[in-house]
Design a protein. Structure first.
Ligand SMILES: Nc1ncnc2c1ncn2[C@@H]1O[C@H](COP(=O)(O)OP(=O)(O)OP(=O)(O)O)[C@@H](O)[C@H]1O
Ligand SMILES: [Mg+2]
Lengths: 591, 323
């Protein structure tokens, strides 16, 4: 378990950048090795082709022995292979990086999903998409850039310089100096235009701000005869915007042209050195050509490095956000584990005080017990804490004071997944995925046999609905359960619980109305759900309440009435009695 | 003079011509500067390189010496930088002038509209006519210039190469264009790959949204691991289509932008015996190397011009609607 959850408890404090890289590089290490090998082969080919060209020229001019046509063919082969290896290494790099990235996304998603509901309340799904796809994506492209910039281009530059030193120290030194200075200069020049563009955008904003105001009041301008004046002012703003834009463009142009000019200087340095050494009879013409060729090759990697240096900085913000997320600890910490016997369970809230925000308790000193196999109807006005009680029993939150017990054991001892085996919950709003009916019912558990699913659907009276599905259990439901009626969605939620057959069920009845036909189905489903289980029903209908053994009424975060249903119904002084007398919809009665 | 947008019968290109005609000399000098920067300078650089190597090898005994030629190489680049800066000044001036002209006409049209009618669209949209659509028309006017500027290089470079060796030129340039043509045709298929990637990506992203929108249900069902397992499947599908797209892109790239060294390879192969006999000099090889590298980049320009014209047409239509 621990190994598959790198953001879990074990990773605290260790979540450092190097650690991160290693963690995700390791599973793809063979691919990464292939990637590095291919990049190196590509570099080798790029570095080799001018060498071949040198021999070719020297042989052609009779200054070296060798087979001219073979050398030409070799050069051609190297050039062609260069293209192939560029494709292969690009493909391999992307493969390794994307695999590692997706793994990280999935680990991070798993970590966040394991956090308490308080975390989920304060992070919208949109925000999570942004973290997982946006930030992790930024980190991935950062890694990609790192490979390309530091790896490939840096090595290419170093390789060229080394080979030039091999020709003659003079060539090596002068071009090494050139590379150093141009990187320095270009990295610096990159930013000179930025403030000018800011000014230019301001002028632009003024221009269009003016225009916007005038366009909003065209009628008045005409009526006042102010058209020529407005047009004149428009020209003044245009002129200002033009001057600012011109300055900014020229600054950008300087950066761009400085690069072009520099590369010409680099080539010229190669030409000078080549001519000098050739006249000194230190090198052959082929070597002079090679020096020229290498000098022109310097431009590409220098340009790549200056361009991508920007991305290298951009990723830090993302890394910080990812780390923050990864270091968030659940406020519902893992316990040592909770083993419960199968079958009906007792439930107990023992002096529980809880608030989503601890400053504002929603439940105050609530105590509530239920023997195994008994059913409890929970009633109360909207917003008074019924669903909150259900959530505490599922340990979606831990109470600030008191304890929640199941089968006599404190829920704080439970680990993730312990409760799901014993407690089933039908929530007020049914949440469905954009996935097949089967996956929606089993929560992506392929081990549940189809017959079992079909049996449950038939029992719930969903047989007819099932037979109307175009591809049976493989039919895709749309996100949010579009295309399903509220009643059908509710019945699917029942099916989810029946498939797992828990010892305690919590049913949070929906407040929304369903059509009478489905209502009948739901009633029968509730009846079957309560059979032989401990159950807590948050009831909104009298029909549902009629089935339970006991009643608790919640008001303002306290249990204000508690007792046997029949006893309370008989007691004219009870709130429950009053409710029954008025009749109708419970929600309306209590409001 | 004013660019009259109102008569609906006037085609877009006439509007563009009117806009250009507003500052004909500026436009003409920009054309000259572009030709200098993008055609003459690379052409001259090639000639200088040829002269340099021919001089070194002793295959040309007259003319400038190697040092002067190397200095000249920098000189050309310097000249290119100066004309390029000039080009930027002219572009901005020309673009802004066109925007001002179109903007003023629109503004007057809007303000003096008979019957004191309100704007036919929201102020925000109207603003976009002034800001974006005027820029589109100006943009097309530039793009129009890029054609002569780069297309001057193509025939001049080809003529220079043909004068050196007809055989080597044909054998190296023809496959270059052939490969390029194939790459262009193939690039149409990339739309399908992109779409597949986009679908797989939005499936995965959408599922992330669903997972975090239904966190409670997942926890209640104890299905955390299984849900993440499904997410992994979606991610894996996304990776597969994305990598397929990337492969396609890399191949296209190898077939278009990086063709320079490949073309040099062909040149060397074809010219081998000519180089030995001295009828194809090392200087010629240098010239071919530089020209072949540049030719590959020029073919895309025509496509861009067509796309830009379509955009300008849409913009002119929108501006008319506003008035
Ligand atoms: N996730 C949450 N974060 C913060 N406050 C919450 C959250 N859920 C509920 N509350 C607040 O806690 C209080 C009790 O809400 P709860 O959902 O338990 O009421 P309820 O009795 O189930 O109401 P209803 O009958 O409408 O379902 C309300 O004031 C509500 O606004
Ligand atoms: Mg509720």
């Amino acid at each position: 378990m621990e190994a598959s959850r790198p953001f879990g408890a074990g990773a605290t404090g260790l979540f450092r950048y190097r650690h991160l890289l290693w963690r995700y590089a390791r599973p793809v290490r063979w691919r990464a090795a292939l990637m590095v090998a291919l990049v190196l082969v590509g570099l080798g080919l790029q570095l080799a082709s001018p060498q071949v060209l040198r021999y070719f020229i020297d042989v052609a001019r009779g200054q070296a022995p060798g087979n001219l046509l073979a050398l030409a063919a070799l050069f051609f082969a190297v050039a062609a292979l260069e293209q192939v290896s560029a494709v292969a290494s690009g493909y391999a790099t992307r493969g390794a990086v994307v695999r590692a990235t997706n793994r990280m996304r999935s680990d991070l998603a798993r970590h966040c999903l394991g956090l308490d509901m308080g975390f989920h309340d304060s992070h919208t799904p949109g925000e999570m998409i942004q973290r997982l796809d946006g930030d992790v994506g930024a980190l991935a492209s950062f890694l990609m850039q790192l490979v390309i910039v530091v790896g490939a281009n840096g090595l290419l530059l170093l390789g060229i310089i080394a080979l030039l030193f091999g020709v003659h120290w003079l060539v090596g030194t002068s071009l090494a100096l050139f590379v150093f200075l141009s990187l320095l200069l270009l990295l610096r020049l990159r930013f000179i235009a930025v403030p000018h563009w800011v000014v230019s955008e301001q002028a632009e904003a003024e221009l269009y701000g003016y225009l916007e105001e005038r366009l909003a009041g065209t009628r008045d301008i005409r009526a006042l005869g102010a058209v020529p004046y407005v047009v004149r002012r428009f020209h003044v703003f245009l002129g200002n915007a033009y001057r600012k834009a011109l300055r900014a463009s020229v600054m950008s142009g300087i950066t761009y042209n400085a690069a072009t000019l520099l590369f010409a200087v680099g080539t010229a340095v190669g030409l000078f050195a080549g001519a000098w050494l050739y006249h000194q009879r230190e090198i052959t013409l082929g070597t002079a050509f090679m020096v020229f060729y290498y000098a022109t090759m310097l431009a590409g990697p220098i340009q790549m490095i200056t361009i991508h240096a920007e991305h290298l900085q951009n990723a830090t913000a993302s890394i910080v956000r990812i780390r923050q997320l990864a270091e968030t600890r659940s406020r519902v910490p893992e316990g040592p584990g909770l083993e419960l016997a199968p079958g009906p369970l007792s439930v107990e809230l023992d002096h529980v005080t809880f608030g989503y925000d601890p400053e504002h308790p929603v439940l105050r000193d609530v105590s509530l017990g239920l023997e195994p196999g008994r059913t409890l109807g929970l009633l109360g006005r909207t917003g008074h804490g019924k669903t909150t009680i259900a959530r505490l029993e599922m340990r979606l939150y831990d109470p600030q004071e008191g304890a929640v017990r199941l089968g006599g054991r404190d829920l704080r001892q439970s680990r993730e997944g312990d409760l799901a085996r014993h407690v089933g919950m039908v929530t007020q709003n049914v949440q469905l995925f954009r996935a097949s009916v089967r996956d929606n019912l089993t929560f992506f558990d392929p081990s549940v046999p189809d017959e079992k699913i079909l049996g449950v659907l038939e029992d719930l009276g969903l047989g007819r609905w099932y037979r109307s599905l175009p591809s049976g259990l493989d039919t895709a439901l749309s996100s949010g359960g579009g295309g399903l009626s509220a009643g059908e969605a509710q019945l699917l939620a029942f099916a989810r619980v029946f498939l797992r057959d828990p010892g305690l069920v919590i049913l949070d009845e929906p407040t929304s109305r369903v059509d009478p036909a489905t209502e009948g189905l739901i009633e029968r489903a509730v009846e079957r759900l309560l059979e032989g289980r401990t159950a807590i029903v948050i009831a909104h209908r009298l029909a549902t309440v009629a089935r339970v053994d006991e009643i608790a009424i919640v008001e303002g975060g306290r249990v204000v009435e508690r007792g046997e249903r029949e006893a309370l119904a008989r007691d004219p002084a009870s709130r429950f009695h009053r409710l029954l007398r008025v009749g109708g919809d419970l929600d309306e009665v209590m409001a | 003079m004013s660019a009259d947008l109102t008569p609906r019968t006037i085609p877009t290109w006439r509007v563009v011509l009117q806009v250009i005609g507003y500052r004909p000399w500026l436009y003409a000098s920009k054309a000259v500067v572009e030709v200098l920067t993008f055609s003459v300078a690379p052409w001259l650089s090639g000639l200088v390189l040829k002269a340099y190597f021919d001089r070194l090898s002793g295959q040309a005994s007259a003319g400038l010496n190697a040092w002067t030629l190397a200095a000249l190489f920098v000189g050309i680049a310097l000249g290119q930088a100066v004309t390029s800066l000039g080009d930027i000044v002219m572009s901005t001036t020309l673009g802004r002038t066109m925007q001002a002209l179109l903007g003023r006409n629109m503004l007057e049209g809007v303000l003096e509209k008979p019957g004191a009618r309100a704007l036919p669209e929201s102020t925000g949209e109207a603003l976009s006519r002034f800001r974006d659509d005027t820029a589109e028309v100006g943009n097309f006017a530039y793009m129009l210039l890029a054609v002569p500027a780069s297309l001057v290089f193509l025939p001049v470079a080809l003529a220079t190469m043909l004068r050196i060796s007809v055989l080597v030129t044909l054998v190296s340039v023809v496959p270059l264009f052939a490969i390029f043509g194939v790459a262009r045709l193939a690039s149409r298929r990339i739309g399908g790959y992109r779409e597949a990637t986009r679908v797989a990506e939005s499936r995965a992203q959408g599922f992330v949204g669903e997972v975090f929108g239904t966190a409670q249900a997942i926890k209640v069902a104890g299905a955390e691991d299984r849900v993440i397992g499904h997410l992994d499947e979606l991610y894996e599908r996304w990776r597969a289509v994305r990598q397929r797209e990337a492969l396609f892109e890399h191949v296209l790239e190898a077939m278009s932008f990086n063709l320079g060294s490949f073309a040099t390879g062909v040149t060397v192969l074809v010219a081998a015996s000519a180089i030995r006999s001295g009828s194809f000099t090392v200087g010629d090889l240098a010239l071919f190397t530089t020209y072949l590298g540049s030719i590959a980049g020029f073919v895309t320009i025509v496509e861009q011009v067509v796309a830009s014209y379509r955009q300008a047409e849409v913009s002119v239509e929108r501006m008319r609607h506003l008035m």
